[in-house]
Design a protein around this ligand. Structure first.
Ligand code: SAM
Length: 278
């Protein structure tokens, strides 16, 4: 089949699920993965014929709203290629902005020790270790399947990261001193499920995303308590855009006044940096 005729099939089959631009972008991402062909290659040889097997199999999964990242088992984050599977959350562009904030704040510091809580694919831990090469990064998760993928992602970049299998909610103290804690914890309330896409609800792990409505800030509360008790210097969080004022109330409760919220690229309150008292 020609590339163009497969692309047409993609558009016909997926137009109720994705926009035209999204379908084209997904198609070329899969084409690069399976056939090593770029959009430029195709525009230079529009009638090139390819083996359609894998692309049509992928199309049948896309029709069942499976995210393309799980289909090919890869996703990009902060310029790094990550292995992904259904045990971990697909890393999001807004989390890249959080990582970028930390790197910009700390690129002139040396020997930092950093802990990523709820590491999932290892996206935050790996990109920090890669871009702050003098630092020592540790990464924690409750899921051993997630840690297995995160370890693989660290090894693929030749990075030495300490992985810790633990439930942070049951921790009373941190395993060692850290200068910085970063976390993108589960923060979507159960009641927000109605606002979410089927591809997230059907395929991404519940325990990476959701918290009970009446305990929406349980991870923030626990992590701030651990940070204060262990004299951590900075905490960076990804936050729920709808819960900024609740998080602010929590900061007041802990008497923390030196903090900054930041909006993401989409204009949503998404990031928080706290500088703890010395
Ligand atoms: C929103 S995902 C973030 C994944 C990754 N850091 C990222 O930004 O793409 C939250 C992660 O927290 C982990 N998690 C959930 N409950 C936890 C707990 N009680 N203790 C430690 N990690 C937990 C999940 O397994 C998941 O990997």
């Amino acid at each position: 089949m020609t590339v163009k005729s497969i692309l047409d099939q993609y558009h016909q089959s997926l137009n109720s699920l994705y926009s035209k631009e999204e379908i084209t972008a997904i198609f070329y991402r899969l084409l690069a993965h399976y056939e090593g062909l770029t959009r430029l290659d195709v525009s230079l040889s529009p009638n090139v014929k390819i083996d359609d097997n894998k692309l049509l199999k992928a199309l049948s999964l896309l029709k069942k709203v499976m995210p393309w990242q799980y289909i090919i088992g890869e996703s990009e984050f902060y310029g790094i290629n990550f292995k992904v599977n259904q045990h971990i959350l697909i890393p999001r562009p807004e989390t890249e902005e959080l990582v970028d904030w930390i790197i910009k704040d700390h690129s002139n510091f040396q020997n930092l020790s950093i802990l990523d809580i709820g590491t999932g694919s290892g996206a935050i831990a790996v990109s920090l270790a890669q871009n702050l090469p003098d630092s020592k990064v540790s990464a924690m998760d409750i899921s051993k399947e997630a840690l297995a993928i995160a370890k693989q992602n660290a090894e693929n970049q030749n990075l030495d990261i300490d992985f810790i299998l633990t439930d942070v909610l049951n921790l009373t103290k941190l395993p060692k001193y850290f200068d910085i804690i970063v976390s993108n914890p589960p923060y979507v309330r159960e009641s927000e499920k109605a606002l979410m896409h089927q591809n997230v609800l059907n395929y991404e792990p519940d325990n990476a995303l959701f918290v009970p409505d009446d305990k929406a800030l349980m991870f923030y509360d626990k992590i701030i308590e651990l940070a204060i008790n262990n004299r951590v210097k900075y905490v960076y969080f990804e936050v729920n855009e709808f819960l900024k004022s609740d998080v602010e109330a929590l900061l007041k409760y802990y008497n923390l006044n030196n903090y900054q919220f930041k909006k993401d690229f989409f204009g949503k309150w998404r990031m928080l940096k706290i500088e703890l008292p010395k």
